[in-house]
Design a protein around this ligand. Structure first.
Ligand code: CTP
Length: 397
């Protein structure tokens, strides 16, 4: 569990988006965090404390005057590692910016010694109001981190201006970055991840491609982002949703992927080539769709450029280069040679022929190869494999 034992205070103020705070509380608890929910008076009008107690398994605090240990606000402000306010209404933001302490949540914020993450949620005009913008600027100057707001449906109808609270998954990712970043060597590092297959056009309709789903690369991008890295994900065609918070650049062919990597690699501290670029492309692309009536056809194919090879002259000194190899049967032994021939610091070997491993599945079974030796990992989710790869990269940085 990625947030096992981490202590988070979740402040919930009175907005309709507080229903999403329930999902956030649940996700935090599932990730292993100890979540202390603090409801403002307004927050408690929307969702009762019992709901949050059920979701977090911990008592919920609502008032400075609750019975229980004295000075709960001082204790919570000191014991927590992070305070998250979701939703943060215009009123809560104004009171926090003024340094008021007229309820438990604002008192905790004044006594705080830990980072604060704010997820604003309000009517779009209230958000755009100079008073709110000034208050948010004050909080940012104080070192508080903002997530959102997003554009989209508000309680009062659709809007094309920011106001809607960010989705729980996006807030969770920022929570992870704030909690895990300070302990990671990937924090602040520029990480380029490639993912998915590429597609080579035969004609305007047909393509050559492979079974790569992109899941491994997307999981790597998420894992590096959760450790505080600045991530660029260069993705071939996949059906996956862009991971929250991460810059995604879409490409189609191996040549386009090569161009994207060539641009990014110069500044990258880490390159993770998880993409499965098509190794061959049609020697000539037909202008017109081939007619089936033409009968048997022979395709002339030419090899695509080896992207890792072409990056060699542009790699930054000290950059960590991670390659992936799909191998079957006896060829697995061949993978070791790729470590040196492709100039890699780490090679992740996928056994494409084992159940639960390879393309099109959620899990993977890999071996990590580096100059330090070989480590075989058991079958695990691709996200867990990504965590292991990031750990190995941290050791190499
Ligand atoms: N790769 C690349 N450029 C290509 C094809 C692959 O940079 N045109 C990268 C992949 O992203 C991966 C690594 O090379 O990180 C190894 O991929 P693999 O397909 O195993 O290597 P190939 O060099 O294509 O080897 P093979 O001879 O086994 O096809």
């Amino acid at each position: 569990m990625r947030l096992a034992g981490r202590r988070v205070v979740l402040g919930v103020s009175g907005g309709i988006a507080s229903y999403k705070a329930c999902v956030l509380a649940r996700r935090l608890a599932e990730a292993g965090a100890l979540v202390d929910v603090v409801l403002t008076q307004g927050g408690a009008q929307f969702i009762g404390p019992v709901t949050f107690e059920g979701l977090t398994g911990r008592p919920v605090l609502t008032s400075l005057w609750d019975r229980g240990p004295a000075l709960a606000h001082i204790r919570l402000a000191q014991d927590a590692e992070l305070i998250v306010i979701a939703p943060a209404t215009a009123n809560l933001i104004a009171r926090a910016a003024q340094g008021m302490a007229d309820d438990l949540l604002t008192a905790i914020l004044l006594a705080r010694t830990v980072p604060v993450l704010v997820a604003p949620a309000m009517n779009d005009r209230m958000y755009a109001h100079p008073a709110t913008q000034q208050n948010l600027a004050t909080l940012r100057e104080r070192g508080w981190t903002m997530v959102g707001p997003a554009v989209g449906q508000l309680a009062e109808g659709p809007s094309d201006l920011p106001g809607r609270m960010s989705e729980p998954e996006e807030i969770l990712v920022q929570v992870e970055r704030l909690l895990r970043g300070p302990q990671s060597r990937l924090r602040g590092k520029r990480v380029v991840v490639t993912a998915g297959p590429t597609r080579e056009a035969l004609d305007p309709v047909r393509v050559i491609t492979n079974r790569s789903s992109g899941r491994m690369g997307y999981a790597l991008a998420e894992a590096a982002f959760a450790r505080g890295a600045a991530v660029l994900l260069i993705s071939g065609p996949t059906t996956l949703a862009p991971p929250p918070g991460i810059e995604v650049q879409r490409v189609e062919s191996t040549e386009q992927l090569q161009q994207g990597v060539a641009r990014a690699v110069k500044d990258a501290d880490v390159l993770m080539m998880a993409a499965a670029p098509a190794d061959f492309r049609p020697a000539a692309k037909g202008r017109e769709k081939r007619d089936r009536a033409a009968g048997n056809t022979t395709l002339a194919l030419e090899p695509t450029p080896d992207i890792l090879e072409t990056t060699k002259p542009f790699r930054r000194k000290g950059a960590v280069i991670v390659g992936f190899a799909f191998e079957t049967g006896e060829k697995a032994a061949r993978a070791k040679r790729k470590l040196t021939s492709k100039g890699l610091d780490l090679l992740v070997v996928n056994r494409a022929d084992e159940p639960g491993a390879g393309a099109e599945v959620e899990t993977n079974r890999v071996t990590l190869l580096s100059a330090n030796g070989e480590r075989e990992l058991p079958l695990m989710s691709k996200r867990d494999v990504a965590e292991q790869v990031c750990e190995a990269v941290e050791a190499l940085l």
